[in-house]
Write a protein that binds this ligand. Sequence first.
Ligand SMILES: [Zn+2]
Length: 239
Amino acid sequence: MITVTLRLHGDLLPLVRGGGKHLAPDRLVRRLPAPTSAKDAVEATGIPHCEIGRIESTGRPLDMADSVGDGACLDVFPTAPQHLREPRFLCDQHLGKLARLLRIMGFDVAYGADWSPPEVARRTVNTERVLLSRGRAILMRRAIVAGLLIRANGVDDQATEVLQRFQLAASVQLFGRCGLCNGQLKTVAKHDVADRIPPLTARWLDVYYLCDSCDQLYWEGTHVSILRDRVAAIISRAG
Ligand SMILES: [Zn+2]
């Protein structure tokens, strides 16, 4: 066994398994089997590697795979918010509401309610997506290169976390994608879908969207003003 001391910087302490209460951020001591990697030493605290921006040992940067010896003292820094130019996400099987909301906000989000954790991991890797999960274990898999540990319980706060981490407040496009299947929504001429519009709706609405994948029809009914307010609040909190 070896003993490693970790000094957590930024807002990492609350991510320690158990919430980090009553712990000093500058002295987390972990007993680990030798030999071990910097990744394993940090993850022994419960913080997945995707939440780590960099690790230093006496001022020298370490890679995740670098080995760590007995008595090492590691400075651990959080991942900084970073703008994703072409965001492509995958939500784990517990984040269906978040997947639907992000899609309606225009983001490309893969999700399957029946995907097991190994399938979630496999699909994330094969499709080179960013994994959004509340599960630490899946985010600790070595193959997961990019991910975000979702902290919040409420779906609007979860979406705020995603916009903040990946600097996406300016990229929101309401009615960009289909909440059901992730297909892209296109505006459609009213007369082309006239037989699918309830008569009362057709009287006062002229803008309709059609999913190019599952053919679901959308329109900006009265419920959309509530959605617009929700999304505006999410953007405001993320900004
Ligand atoms: Zn669809």
